[in-house]
Design a protein around this ligand. Structure first.
Ligand SMILES: Nc1ncnc2c1ncn2[C@@H]1O[C@H](COP(=O)(O)OP(=O)(O)O)[C@@H](O)[C@H]1O
Ligand SMILES: CC(C)(COP(=O)(O)O)[C@@H](O)C(=O)NCCC(=O)O
Length: 314
């Protein structure tokens, strides 16, 4: 365990290698089968049972402690105000690049956190549901900026999270479809007041615009999933080729032509270009600069396995 120091000043962060972090699982039980894990894993994401035991069980234990401590703090404020009992959802943000594996992390956490008896109801929301519909992006010249901060309806996202935090019993939010590559106009996701709400998306740690609130202002804990750009790029391309063999072959897919009229090398060229001109620019300019704001950083190696963990202690 290293307590990094700079100019003799102890840092508020602690950095642990995989072995030291894995030991912090303590007695947290593994209650997940290989077939359950299979369902939670994203396309081409190799997250293994060993990864769940070494990385996600210690994280689940830490989050359970955080939830307990946060509830005590809320109870203290209610006592001070002379108010009665009122449940407040604990909110977790999961940030990181396109294709880094945030959604697998978020789905695993949803399952593992719901196994604790004191917070069984965990809801998961992906921020792609708050992208502007393609018609709006087209009108604003933002079709090639999908995923950049300005392509999201940040005001609606903040309103949703702040309402959940304030105890709203249910909220309906829009639904984004990767198949349609657009917001669906005939669907909603209904979120019932949870014990824990996980908000997953590339931009969830963005600082607020001047004079406004950002979604991160409502987080009780945040996780940044990190890896080298060259590794994320190859995961993106690998996933694109797999989607070309699977999801894109559906005639309703926005990318159907990638599986039909374009051969593999032309499709790969398209994916490389999308990565270079959109996703990598967004990662370098907007996403990675928010890493320092996270409570916890998971550093992944080339095989998607977490090598190191950085935790903010205070
Ligand atoms: N064009 C696509 N068609 C179908 N599914 C997709 C497409 N792009 C991404 N996905 C799926 O959407 C989920 C989220 O992807 P992404 O936003 O890149 O985040 P991450 O890889 O960090 O989870 C992943 O499970 C991925 O497999
Ligand atoms: C929908 C996304 C912006 C991710 O949004 P998130 O839920 O992570 O906030 C991304 O997956 C995406 O579609 N990017 C556009 C470029 C591309 O097609 O890869």
């Amino acid at each position: 365990m290293s307590h990094a120091t700079k100019n003799g000043i102890t840092s508020p962060y602690v950095e642990l290698d995989r072995t030291a972090w894995a030991a912090l699982r303590s007695s947290t039980p593994l209650a997940l089968t290989e077939s359950e894990l299979e369902v939670l894993r994203g396309t081409t994401d190799p997250t293994s049972m060993e990864e769940v035991e070494d990385i996600y069980l210690p994280l689940s234990r830490l989050l359970n402690l955080y939830v307990k401590a946060t509830r005590q703090r809320h109870a203290a404020v209610r006592d001070f105000l002379g108010e009665g009992d009122q449940p407040v959802p604990f909110i977790i943000g999961v940030a990181g690049s396109v294709a880094v594996g945030k959604s697998t992390t978020a789905r695993l956490l949803r399952t593992l956190l719901a196994q604790w008896p004191d917070h069984p109801h965990v809801e998961l929301v992906s921020t792609d549901n708050f992208l502007y519909p393609n018609a709006v992006l087209q009108e604003r010249g933002l079709m090639n900026r999908k995923g950049f901060p300005e392509s999201f309806d940040r005001r609606s996202l903040v309103r949703f999270v702040s309402a959940m935090k304030a105890g709203a019993s249910r909220m309906d939010i829009p639904v984004y479809s990767h198949l349609a590559y657009d917001i669906l106009d005939d669907s909603v996701q209904t979120v019932h007041r949870p014990d824990i709400l996980i908000v997953e998306g590339i931009n969830v740690l963005q600082p607020p615009q001047a004079g406004r609130l950002a979604v991160a202002d409502f987080f009780d804990f945040s996780i940044y999933v990190d890896a080298k750009v060259e590794h994320i790029r190859s995961w993106y391309l690998e996933r694109f080729l797999e989607l070309r063999r699977t999801a894109f072959s559906d005639p309703r897919s926005y990318f159907h032509s990638m599986a039909t009229t374009l051969d593999e090398s032309r499709a790969l060229e398209f994916a490389r270009n999308t990565w270079r001109s959109i996703n990598e620019v967004n990662l370098v300019e907007n996403i990675r600069p928010t890493r320092g704001r996270a409570t916890l950083v998971l550093y992944k190696g080339e095989d998607h396995g977490v090598r190191r963990v950085r935790l903010r202690k205070t």
